[in-house]
Design a protein around this ligand. Structure first.
Ligand code: PEP
Ligand code: MN
Length: 303
């Protein structure tokens, strides 16, 4: 039985989904979401928002509800944080991506968020998935840090089955034996997702690596792997960040990375021959060829 009824490529009518957020089309071109890990103050968020906008970001990220490993760490500003994000949107025009952690908060947080983020720790919080499935807001579904592709797509399925067609997947690194990086960024999942699903897939190189020095190469690699975008943590003053300071990009580095992404973007267009499915030499580009009725879909839906 095909248990990925709505998230598989066939389930999407053999067409790729494009999720439109205030005119930004996720799934069509390369989208950059940037901003602080958490909203800490009006000054921090608005200055950072202006800088990422100047550098060419398409959306602003920022957590008002922070699911922290320790209960004693900064947990986010809640409603006050959402109001700051609203102000940052008014100033910059950037749509807001922000996390929701509790099913009871979904409907009122949707009044501030343009995209509702489900974090890695909540990927399999099924009541939360059902709740975001009921609202008219796109959902950014992060991959659980211990989850397989199949488990992840089944979580997307919960949201789709509840009535919300606008799901964006986000690879953010998985736990492996490696300790040099915070997580192991599984870029191979990007072409795998594109083989079996119509949903857009973006990459989070910040949580995926936890190391400032490798965010740029991994962002470029994400684009080369065919991702539909990235979500990156940028802070106007990383040394003072209340959350994830080791991976916070200062705005100047972010702007430099954006310039390199532009260059690579032109190369990718040439490689894909402009239509996204063939190289200019006429060689099929594997990662843009969905596999119908793949092994994944024939394996009975067991996890
Ligand atoms: C985040 O993006 O703010 C975040 C907490 O990410 P993750 O859920 O991937 O750890
Ligand atoms: Mn973070």
């Amino acid at each position: 039985m095909n248990t990925l009824r709505l998230s598989s490529f066939n389930g999407g009518g053999n067409r790729r989904t494009v999720v439109t957020v205030d005119g930004v089309r996720v799934g069509e071109d390369f989208v950059v979401i940037a901003g602080p890990c958490s909203v800490e103050s009006e000054e921090q968020t608005i200055i950072t928002a202006r800088k990422v906008k100047e550098a060419g970001a398409n959306m602003l990220r920022g957590g008002a509800f922070k699911p922290r490993t320790s209960p004693y760490d900064f947990q986010g500003l809640g409603l006050q944080g959402l109001k700051i994000l609203e102000k940052a949107k008014r100033e910059t025009g950037l749509p807001i991506v922000t996390e929701v952690t509790d099913p009871r908060d979904v409907s009122w947080v949707s009044e501030y968020a343009d995209v509702l983020q489900i974090g890695t720790r909540n990927m399999q919080n099924f009541s939360l998935l059902q709740e975001v499935g009921k609202v008219k807001r796109p959902v950014l579904l992060k991959r659980g840090m211990h989850s397989t592709l199949k488990e992840w797509l089944h979580c997307a399925e919960y949201i789709l089955a509840a009535g919300n067609p606008d799901v964006i997947l986000c690879e953010r690194g998985i736990r492996t034996f490696e300790t040099y990086t915070r997580n192991t960024l599984d870029l191979s999942i990007v072409p795998c997702i594109k083989e079996v699903s119509h949903l857009p897939v973006i990459v989070d190189p910040s949580h995926g690596t936890g190391r400032l020095s490798i965010i740029e190469p991994m962002s470029l690699a994400a684009m080369a792997a065919g991702a539909h975008g990235i979500i990156v943590e940028v802070h106007y003053n990383p040394c003072e960040a209340l959350c994830d300071k080791e991976q916070a990009m200062p705005p100047e580095l972010f702007a430099g990375m954006m310039r390199k992404l532009q260059v690579l973007h032109s190369c990718m267009k040439q490689i894909n021959g402009g239509n996204g499915s063939r190289s200019s030499a006429g060689i099929p580009v594997i990662h843009d060829q969905p596999i119908m009725g793949s092994i994944l879909l024939n394996s009975g839906g067991r996890l």
